[in-house]
Design a protein around this ligand. Structure first.
Ligand SMILES: [Mn+2]
Length: 373
């Protein structure tokens, strides 16, 4: 069954409290990270323990880590990558020794995700994250920064902070010369190096898909469709090498059929974690995030949850981004209210689907830490 969680950015960086999360019906735990530690540096075991104790004191579990970020030099295959991978392994050990067995990460060069609007007003008065390819696709890094610098209406792009202008421009140029297969080779190198440690501590690794799931800025992108995921599954045979199935990211491309991807036999058993949310396609390379409810977006969440039930998914899920509703002021996409509505909707879908098949629900709430330990 799906074990429901919410992402929590920690005591300093989240407007939502653990107490609030605890009161969302059916919530079992949180997905969190030591966001203050930069990519490439080692996570101290005691800091992971401290975070875990904080969460458990609030009556929740740490169901996984999102993310331990992969340093750009590992993605690029730079000369110092072995040292950086060693640090990554030490961070995994800190997580494993704290009895945490799920890590979400990504292998997207330069940008974790791209949107052109963080607060697009929707008809109902809420706001949502949105993407319009016509605004940015085809621009060079220099043109992007010019556009942002000259904007009089506060046009901002996450990841394109003007203070990082030189760094980002250089990173983009570096990766523009790399093919998808070269990036895959670096990904395999990373996976082969970390998997023995994952095996030792039974840590499921779930790679997050490209968001949005199509090419951008001429940078290689290797996690954007079913075929890409199969290639990743074949990179390292450990069953711990798997996916964070993000329906909104893959679903940003209408060519991606989520239920079909979930049912792919090489993918299904490797879905270790799921981000479930909806997007509404409004044009070619144009979408905004919607509420989780199927008919408010372009994705059929009933069919997605049904596919997860039918492949025997037994792992952690979280509602992904939500809209900003009811005047809440929060980190874009990560307010409490719409994510709470999303969580209860997903729980309702799963309960109905399982019971309609004569399956128990919940399967055994007392064993929520057991299935993947
Ligand atoms: Mn996601």
């Amino acid at each position: 069954m799906m074990h429901m969680s919410m992402r929590w950015f920690g005591p300093q960086q989240d407007s939502v409290t653990l107490k609030q999360i605890r009161q969302v019906p059916g919530m079992e735990g949180v997905i969190t990270a030591l966001h203050e530690i930069p990519a490439g540096e080692v996570w101290p075991e005691d800091q992971v323990a401290e975070r875990k104790a904080m969460v458990e004191k609030a009556g929740l579990k740490v169901l996984g880590i999102e993310s331990i970020n992969v340093h750009e030099d590992i993605k690029y295959g730079a000369a110092n990558r072995d040292m950086l991978i060693d640090n990554y392994i030490k961070s995994l050990e800190a997580v494993g020794k704290n009895d945490i067995h799920l890590v979400c990460y990504n292998f997207m060069p330069v940008f974790d995700w791209t949107r052109t609007d963080l607060a697009l007003p929707l008809e109902d008065g809420s706001t949502a994250l949105a993407y319009d390819g016509s605004i940015i696709e085809g621009l060079t890094a220099e043109e992007m920064f010019e556009r942002i610098a000259n904007s009089s209406n506060g046009f901002e792009m996450p990841g394109w902070e003007l203070s990082r202008r030189d760094e980002i421009t250089a990173q983009i140029k570096k990766f523009q010369g790399m093919s998808d297969d070269e990036l895959r080779a670096n990904f395999k190198y990373f996976l082969d190096a970390i998997m023995p440690t994952c095996e030792k501590y039974n840590i499921k690794m779930g790679v997050h898909p490209d968001d949005p799931s199509y090419d951008l800025f001429g940078i290689p992108r290797i996690t954007k469709c079913e075929e890409d995921l199969v290639k990743i599954a074949r990179m390292n045979s450990s069953p711990l090498n798997g996916f964070s199935l993000c329906t909104g990211s893959l679903g940003s491309n209408p060519d991606n059929c989520l239920p079909k991807i979930i049912r792919n036999k090489e993918i299904a058993s490797r879905i270790h974690f799921a981000h479930i949310r909806n997007v509404l396609h409004t044009g070619d390379h144009q979408f905004h995030e919607s509420s989780h409810v199927s008919h408010t977006g372009s994705l059929d969440l009933y069919e997605i949850v049904k596919a997860l039930v039918e492949v025997g998914f037994n792992g952690v899920v979280r509602p992904d981004h939500g809209r900003e509703i009811w005047d809440e002021v929060a980190r874009p996409g990560y307010g409490l209210f719409d994510r709470a509505l999303g969580a209860t909707y997903l729980i309702g879908l799963e309960e109905a689907i399982r019971k309609s098949k004569g399956m128990p629900y919940p399967d055994n709430l007392n064993s929520i830490t057991a299935p993947w330990c």
